[in-house]
Unconditional design. Structure first.
Lengths: 252, 384
């Protein structure tokens, strides 16, 4: 269904009886609430599952200015208030949604009983030698290509960014500044404040958020459990919904 | 050789569909007609006008960096001088006389009568409905009022303006609750379905109204048809309009997403979700699988609606059939996406014949309007 939150039209899937414990799902960058559909099919009978398309994604409107983790966290608060959700049994998040979920929990913007982080982002790594090299090329290239027509310049820039693995940045469009705000947010300080039961699920073959991220969060969060799923990648909740659902059912 | 300016794009949510309609269903067929030359006129999202042969290629829009490409082009200006002229400024500039305009604009600022008003002022013949019919068809409330006044059936409805809501929302809610649920809440003017909500219970109503008021100042709330067969009938012509085929929609759940799928017990609805302009064969049936007398009734009702609204050129009339018996007029679309050429083809009219007929109707209506007296000479000013 659609509803208006903070003057933005928001699409949200609100599935299951209102009387059941509420599980809130927060999706990753470039995804939508639909990315949890297989998971919700598995656990939906016993919970009220609420999966919004966060502002700027899916069928929800784009915020008029760039947002960061704080704005998304406050938005989730206002959304749950609008939906009349008094108590959140758990927040289940994927990738970028993990940053938001950790901030909401650590800063007590909402008080979920449990937290699930699937392939969660939130570790801002020291720049690798390779990334630093790309940055130098980008800076030198910017000056060196000044004489070229704009079209050629933007083609060269896109090519470089693609090689550096920044495809999300390239496709971000109007959300570029939001993307930059989010990827520059280190969630480790938030993670250190989280003491509620938490389940961390990471795919062993995940290149975007490797299991090492899970290990860092696991060490920071005293009440957490880390499950590393062999043979799985970053989108484990979509590719292996049954495995994730089994772990979720046990944990919830 | 007559210059046909095909105007598309625009500042509406249906900007992209308008490009597809223009390139595939209008410009390409006109190029196969002798005696006519299509001139693409693209209105960008910021409202600037452009022309040029590159604009006839779909890659121009789909290949990325559209804003950069447009920056390099000169913006077009218009001149009204015994008709309409397109002026390309600068060195090697051009002055193109427009003989006929073929609007290919969906939604706001295009299909809603705005463009038609401009073309009337310019004194140039144009394809499709005239201004009045376009304005009425774009307003779902006005359409219902006019159609029901003519004795044609529409589902029960309530309408209000945002300022009424701010003054007395309770009274409006009471009126709405006299209707039979499920209800459909719609912004009166928005062409696409993004802000339309199906409301099953009273609890869901206020939220749906808020969504509709996010997009429009005028809101329509109407009863849903429970045992529904949805059909659509394309119509074309001026004084003696003719129908295409009665086409049945197979996408029963209008607002299908995971939520409704889950609530429906996981029954997938085949073929849902194709955009207008896509391959219709997967989600519609031509001709509609309904009894012959009902089929005939649909044709007649579509023609009657076309006349009541004062349509000319082309339109598409959407009808709702309740339990295979009662037929209601739902809404009228004055520029059907892709002109519904797939439907006309099944009715024996090729894409080329379709545009040829529409150009002919445009000229016919223009010639008729020229015969009317619009100037009334008096000595009135001499007394001052």
């Amino acid at each position: 269904m659609n509803l208006i939150v903070n003057n933005l039209k928001i699409h949200v899937q609100d599935v299951g009886k209102r009387s059941k414990p509420c599980v809130l799902f927060l999706h990753g960058w470039g995804a939508s609430g639909n990315s949890f559909s297989k998971l919700i099919e598995e656990i939906g009978d016993n919970y009220r599952c609420v999966a919004p398309d966060l502002p700027g994604f899916g069928a929800s409107e784009i915020p008029t200015k760039a947002w960061g983790v704080k704005e998304y966290a406050n938005f989730v608060h206002d959304l749950t208030a609008k939906l009349g959700i008094k108590k959140i049994h758990a927040i289940c998040s994927h990738s970028m949604g993990g940053r938001i979920a950790m901030h909401i929990t650590a800063q007590r913007i909402l008080r979920p009983g449990k937290l699930i982080l699937i392939g969660s982002h939130g570790i801002v790594q020291a720049k690798s030698l390779r990334n630093r090299a790309y940055k130098v090329v980008a800076k030198v290239g910017k000056k060196a290509t000044l004489v070229l027509p704009n079209r050629v310049r933007s083609q060269l820039r896109d090519k470089l960014y693609r090689q550096a693995g920044a495809s999300d940045y390239l496709t971000a469009g109007a959300m570029r500044d939001t993307f930059i705000n989010l990827i520059n947010t280190d969630s480790q300080p938030d993670a250190a404040l989280i003491d509620i039961p938490s389940l961390l699920i990471y795919g062993k073959n995940d290149k975007q958020t490797p299991p090492s991220f899970g290990k860092i969060f696991h060490e920071l969060m005293p009440n957490s459990k880390l499950n590393i799923v062999s043979g799985a990648d970053h989108f484990i909740h979509e590719t292996e919904p049954k495995i994730v659902a089994t772990q979720l059912k046990e944990f919830l | 050789m007559k210059n046909v300016a095909v105007i598309f794009g625009g500042r509406s949510t249906e900007h992209d569909v308008s490009i597809v309609t223009a390139l595939s269903s209008i410009i390409a067929p006109i190029e196969m007609l002798s005696g006519y030359k299509p001139i693409p006129v693209y209105i960008a999202r910021d409202g600037s006008w452009y022309t040029g042969d590159d604009l006839k290629e779909v890659h121009f829009y789909s290949g990325g960096n559209l804003e950069d490409k447009l920056k390099k082009m000169k913006k077009l200006s218009l001149k009204f001088d015994d008709g309409l002229w397109l002026l390309k400024p600068g060195l090697g500039g051009e002055k193109i006389r427009v003989d006929i305009v073929f609007p290919s604009m969906h939604g706001t600022y295009g299909e809603d009568g705005s463009l038609m008003g401009l073309l009337r002022m310019a004194g140039v013949p144009f394809v499709g409905c005239d201004m009045a019919a376009s304005v009425i068809a774009m307003d779902k409330v006005l359409t219902k009022q006019l159609v029901s006044d003519a004795g044609l059936a529409v589902t029960k409805y309530v309408w209000f303006e945002k300022r009424d809501w701010q003054k007395n929302s309770k009274e409006i809610i009471t009126k709405i609750n006299n209707l039979k649920y499920p209800l459909f809440v719609k912004p009166a003017h928005l062409g696409s379905s993004i802000a339309i909500t199906k409301v099953k219970t009273k609890d869901e109503l206020e939220n749906a109204l808020e969504v509709a008021m996010h997009y429009d100042d005028k809101i329509l709330v109407e009863e849903g048809v429970t045992n529904l067969t949805e059909v659509t009938v394309p119509v074309m012509g001026n004084d003696k309009p003719r129908v295409g085929m009665v086409e049945e929609s197979l996408a029963k759940a209008e607002f299908f997403d995971f939520e409704s799928k889950y609530m429906n017990g996981g029954k997938k609805i085949k073929g849902f979700g194709k955009d207008e302009g896509g391959d219709k064969s997967t989600w519609s049936r031509i001709p509609a699988k309904i009894p012959k007398p009902l089929y005939k009734e649909c044709e007649n009702l579509a023609l009657a609606t076309y006349k009541v609204l004062g349509c000319s050129g082309i339109s598409r009339v959407d009808l709702l059939i309740d339990s295979g018996k009662k037929i209601y007029v739902n809404e009228v679309n004055t520029l059907p996406g892709t002109l519904y050429r797939h439907n006309w083809q099944k009715a024996g009219v090729s894409a080329v014949e379709l545009v040829e007929k529409l150009l002919h109707f445009a000229i016919e209506r223009f010639e008729e309007s020229k015969r009317l007296t619009t100037v009334f000479n008096t000595n009135f000013l001499k007394q001052f």
